[in-house]
Write a protein that binds this ligand. Structure first.
Ligand code: TRP
Length: 339
């Protein structure tokens, strides 16, 4: 019997993963594997909530996310990796939870409102998009996960999941575990233009970028706009390169900051140092990445194996849910279970 605390988290397969995803969540997942039972899910149904027009790339994106996770250190021998749509119980629980979730919780949900604001021009918010947090609650509650390691932007979704769990338990009895989010210690890291690193802003450094691409992206990164050349005093506190160096070269930052402020330091030195450190990090992932990229069947086998394990857990939860909702049996035992 598995007794380690259970963890569930996931990503939408909407793009290749970037360094911000890695530092914001995946590094934490990799650590949690040591003493937690971890399930990591590729949320393909969630990807449909905002991007239902172009789906031909979806299988490639699912594959890519799986490879990114594996390269980053998610270990299929210890953790379960699976695709949301392969486990149909997510859909059934989403439907049932949608019956007990007050409309105002989704209608006035700030995280959903923000997603609606970010929809492409002319795109309308679908019924499914309003249900985003309810589907996410189903993902978590199906597995009785007590810990949900996510980035800051997902905290609202975990909060509504707790509220849905509590409401369901009050109505029908203790079925669900109320989950708690786990945030990484890493502060939000900037993209190449100084804004939050995000695919939609086009300012990412991806885990799958080649060394040339990484070098070029960092060479074009913003620094302090007032520091145009050596001799100009700089402000490390507003420099995106410095924000990354604080994480990757903490012991050198005191000296770098002093030399930047005095003006003697050239931004190009910081860029060269950051390039070296990022390339080192990505190089460590590259053997695993190459291996899986050349053996796609192994990746799909891992996802199928994960599906089997996830389904076994999900099926038990659904059985219990049907039972407390009186959906399990026909009137007075007509299923023949008891006479
Ligand atoms: N909403 C998450 C994201 O965009 C993905 C996700 C779906 C998720 N279901 C989840 C994360 C359950 C944690 C737990 O990244």
């Amino acid at each position: 019997m598995e007794s380690r605390p259970r963890v569930l988290s996931g990503h939408r397969p909407t793009s290749a993963l970037h360094l911000g995803n890695f530092e914001g969540t995946i590094r934490e997942w990799v650590k949690l594997q040591a003493d937690h039972e971890c399930l990591f899910m590729i949320a393909d149904w969630h990807a449909l909530t905002t991007g239902y027009r172009q789906l031909a790339e979806l299988p490639d994106l699912i594959f890519q996310v799986a490879v990114d996770w594996l390269a980053a250190g998610v270990d299929p021998a210890r953790s379960t990796l699976f695709v949301q749509s392969h486990v149909k119980e997510h859909a059934e629980l989403h439907l049932l939870l949608s019956m007990v979730t007050p409309w105002t919780w989704v209608y006035r949900n700030p995280t959903v409102a923000e997603m609606i604001d970010h929809l492409a021009a002319g795109e309308s918010a679908s019924y499914g998009l309003y249900g985003y947090p309810v589907l996410q609650a189903a993902d978590i509650l199906l597995y009785g996960a007590g810990v949900v390691p996510v980035g800051e932007d997902q905290v609202g979704h975990v909060e509504i999941c707790r509220r849905i769990a509590r409401r369901f338990n009050e109505l029908y009895g203790e079925v669900f575990v109320e989950p708690v989010e786990r945030l990484s210690d890493t502060p939000l890291l900037p993209g190449t233009d100084g804004r939050k690193m995000s695919k939609s802003l086009g300012n990412t450094i991806d885990l799958s970028d080649s060394p040339d691409v990484v070098t070029d992206k960092i060479a074009h990164m913003f620094t302090d706009p007032q520091k145009l050349r050596v001799g100009n005093p700089g402000r490390p506190e507003i420099c995106p390169i410095f924000a990354w160096l604080k994480l990757y070269a903490p012991d050198r930052c005191g000296q770098i900051a002093a030399e930047c402020r005095s003006g003697e330091r050239d931004c190009r030195e910081d860029k060269a140092l950051l390039t070296e450190l990022v390339l080192e990090l990505l190089e460590r992932m590259s053997d695993v990445r190459r291996r899986y990229q050349t053996e796609p069947d192994t990746v799909w086998d891992i996802l199928r194996e994960g599906e089997r394990h996830a389904r076994a857990i999900a099926a038990e939860t659904i059985e219990r849910v049907r039972e407390v909702l009186h959906l399990a049996l026909g009137p007075s035992g007509s299923s023949g279970v008891d006479s």
